[in-house]
Design a protein around this ligand. Sequence first.
Ligand code: THU
Length: 136
Amino acid sequence: MTTLDDMLALAREAMARAYAPYSDFPVGAVVRASSGVLYSGCNVENSAYPQGCCAEASAISAMIRGGDRRIVEIVVMARSGSLCTPCGGCRQRLAEFAADDVPVHVCNPDGVSRTFTLGELLPHPFGLSIERAADG
Ligand code: THU
């Protein structure tokens, strides 16, 4: 069974591989799936700015490719001094696959700064219920 420390280690690696030449703000994200498998992602920017991809979106893509559908724990990591809560769009992306009580650990490379629940960050998500997304 992997631990929160394993998630932090994976987030550090992902953050180190981010492609963020425009913002100079590398982000790593890790989701733990209900299977226990950890999936990571980093932000990938583009010279056409709106085409950039957040770290959380990359981690979700890896999870879907890996065959998992339900998220039970989330880590988002950015540089020290920042409190990198998921952006609004990523809160909705995460809510597609995670229930309200899923913890979102907002981290720096040295550890967790604050833990929220996804329901605190996005009280009223649009659309599909988690049950439908997990079954689909
Ligand atoms: N970013 C993420 O990857 N995740 C977040 O939760 C917030 C912001 C990225 C998007 C962009 O590449 C950079 O951070 C600056 O906004």
